[in-house]
Design a protein around this ligand. Structure first.
Ligand code: F6R
Length: 364
């Protein structure tokens, strides 16, 4: 039932504060990660020395964000790969490596095949972060962390993605705690996690501002998304959403890569959508954006007010709430979901059932 919403996708975008709270329920106390949240005592995390993350599509983008978190918080090496590549190559598995899959449906053929292969490769254990409790992936993994997003009907994944990110941040902190993260930092991170639903609510308040931008994309053939650090995978996810439902060709780059090629594409017809973290990368990103402005590219900047971006000719600013740095990728996802949604509505495409796509990809 769509309730008052025109599409399931919009309904699911708006469910995010609630389902993220559901994802945290039973996983965190006021101050710490609960040790039994993987269906086993989290002592096994002490032994983990490496992490391999395997997934497809949007779930793969969630895995890419987790790499930044795990290496930053736990100091452990983390590799992320799409399942369709992983399953067809010879993978070197260092000792004490955790095999982590991500899937909304738990029925994605490539991800299941990767898990099957991984079981013969001597991993420490297998963990699935999944939205469907009765799925094959959950059944076949040793450990599970359910995302609790509820049924997702829109083919373009929204709430499944942000709950995966939430579950991945819980997992990253849990691993880090077993590898020397201080109790004070754990408490700080858990408090950030607990305020996530409220931040997502604030981000959703930009709905009408973003809706007003949509007209300006309706006649575009192409778009470029930029991010740096843990925002790069969010740029990829923003581009994927736009492609999937509005059929506009979109690419995402780490902003520092622009001058190594993609800058050649930039002219007055090219919208550049940028998700801007308010951290040490801010100044570098600003100089990347100047290169775009200098070539007449139309900039759409999603950032918090403290980044001091100003609207000027060729620059459209949309406010994103100021949040702890660790949460920025999750909160910045919201405006990009809304942007893709409203552009598709303006174009009149079938938002919930985009052409050529299936919700669950159970064949290779
Ligand atoms: C994009 C999308 C797909 C899925 C991918 C993996 O919006 O939904 O890219 O993320 O097919 O599906 P799951 O997560 O079910 O394994």
């Amino acid at each position: 039932d769509k309730g008052d919403f025109r599409h399931y996708m919009l309904k699911e975008i708006y469910e995010q504060p609630k389902v993220i709270a559901a994802c945290l329920d039973g996983r965190v106390s006021e101050t710490s990660i609960l040790t039994n949240c993987f269906g086993a005592d989290s002592d096994f995390l002490k032994e983990v020395e490496n992490i391999h993350i395997v997934a497809c599509g949007t779930s793969y983008h969630a895995g890419m964000v987790a790499k930044y978190w795990i290496e930053d918080l736990a100091g452990l090496p983390c590799a992320v790969e799409v399942a369709s590549e992983y399953r067809y190559r010879k993978v070197a598995v260092p000792k004490n490596t955790l095999f982590l899959t991500l899937s909304q449906s738990g029925e994605t053929a490539d991800t299941l095949a990767a898990l099957k292969m991984a079981k013969g490769l001597g991993y420490l254990t297998t963990l699935a972060i999944c939205n469907v409790p009765s799925s094959s992936l959950v059944r076949e993994s040793a450990l599970t962390l359910l995302t609790n997003a509820g049924v997702e009907i829109g083919v373009a994944s929204t709430k499944a993605f942000t709950t995966q990110l939430t579950a991945l941040l819980v997992t990253s902190v849990a691993i880090a705690v077993q590898h020397g993260l201080s109790a004070a930092r754990e408490t700080e991170l858990v408090r950030s996690l607990r305020s996530l639903p409220a931040y997502i609510d604030m981000a959703l308040k930009q709905d009408s501002a973003i809706k007003m931008l949509a007209d300006r994309f309706a006649n575009k053939q192409n778009a470029i998304f930029l991010g740096r650090g843990s925002m790069f995978p969010i740029a990829l996810e923003g581009a994927l959403k736009l492609k999937e439902i509005s059929y506009i060709h979109a690419e995402a780059y780490p902003a520092g890569e622009l001058k190594h090629g993609p800058l050649a594409l930039v002219d007055e017809d090219m919208p550049i959508i940028t998700v801007v973290p308010n951290n040490s990368l801010l100044d570098k990103l600003k100089s990347n954006l100047q290169e775009v402005s200098a070539r007449g590219g139309e900039l759409y900047v999603f950032a918090d007010l403290d980044t001091e971006f100003h609207e000027e000719v060729g620059v459209t600013f949309t406010e994103v709430p100021k949040v702890p740095d660790i949460l920025a990728p999750i909160v910045h996802t919201i405006p990009l979901q809304l942007l893709a949604y409203y552009v598709a509505v303006v174009k009149g495409t079938d938002v919930d059932q985009p052409r050529n796509l299936a919700k669950s990809v159970t064949v290779e």
